[in-house]
Design a protein around this ligand. Sequence first.
Ligand SMILES: *Cc1c(COP(=O)(O)O)cnc(C)c1O
Length: 405
Amino acid sequence: MNLADAPALGQPSTTALMHVTQRPDAVFTHGRGSWLWDSLGRRWLDLVQGWAVNTLGHAPRLLADTLAEQATRLLQPGPGLYNDRALALAQRLTALSGLERAYFTASGAEANEGAIKLARKYGQLHRGGAHEIITFEHAFHGRTLAAMSASGKPSFAALFEPKVPGFPKARLNDLASVRALIGPRTVAVMLEPIQGEAGVIEAEPGFLQALRRLCDDEGLLLIYDEVQTGVGRTGTLWGWEHSGARPDILTLGKCLGGGVPIGAMVARESVSCFAPGDQGGTYHGNPLACAAALAVLGTVAQPGFLAQVRERSRQLRRGLDDIAAELGSPPAVGRGLLLALQLPQPAQAERAAAALFARADGVRDGLIVNAARPERLRLVPALTISEEEVELALAMLRESLLGRA
Ligand SMILES: *Cc1c(COP(=O)(O)O)cnc(C)c1O
């Protein structure tokens, strides 16, 4: 290697990476809890947390120990052999969800891909070949081609045509729009209890209850994509608990691994109709990832953990509502630690997120938040964020949005 080609210390080169998204000018090197540091020693309070995945914050001791221990025992026996971690995780997830069978993947999109395949197989076996899955405008289900096709994200519409057919789109919280799409080819309805990527838009509890009844009456499967809402994010273990309307198939990702890549599909026994050979994946059920998920679930399911999440949620929401009132914008939306603030000016959220990021200069700390829409700020902190850290985040938000802390 020619030393002249080596990047300057502290400023690694970015040119060898494919350019798929606009990233800020910082290279992150380490994190701890709610804090993240870059190669120049700048520090940020992180309320995005690896895109809503770091359940216990950055680099938690528990996951470091769990991964180190598992790495000395067994990394990957392969999908054709049972392993103790995957079996233990399946037991744990089915017990906690009230569903009976689990399948593990390496990402949320793959979990949804699996749910789509399972529903189509079910349709083949039990519904005369029915295969259409009703999904929703503005939904986000991931980036495999079928998951993109199931999504209702406007910017996906023209990408990578032709899409996978069979995903007619209804409008969220509009039961008539779902009913109008049901026909002999329909096998399932699939949705997020709270649309996260769309900017935190809740499926109303009454809507989920009505959907559950509609699916029962029509013999359709109800699939919840809880990749973003599952595993404590909304202040309860599952996002659907606020409605009490149970799914037939549940998909998970993000918070499940706490930063380690894993997804899961959990389903009722009567729906779990894959035959040997139908579904698989080299890393599916990987014990390293399953060990991480077991550690995360063990923590989130501990008595008092979710009460603490709800307490931080109330604190954050109160602060956001105060800011909203001063700005003349509506109160914060969302549940638990999946919250969003609507701002009065178009593009104001994008500008605020950029300014809060740029605040980090080596002396002052920055704040990482996400403009899920140009005018809507989304906050998805670690479920372990402290009371002081929430106050600090609110002070930085006030300074940026109201011009004073
Ligand atoms: C993030 C997300 C996905 C995709 O998960 P990946 O791990 O990125 O594949 C799917 N559905 C929802 C609701 C998500 O928020």
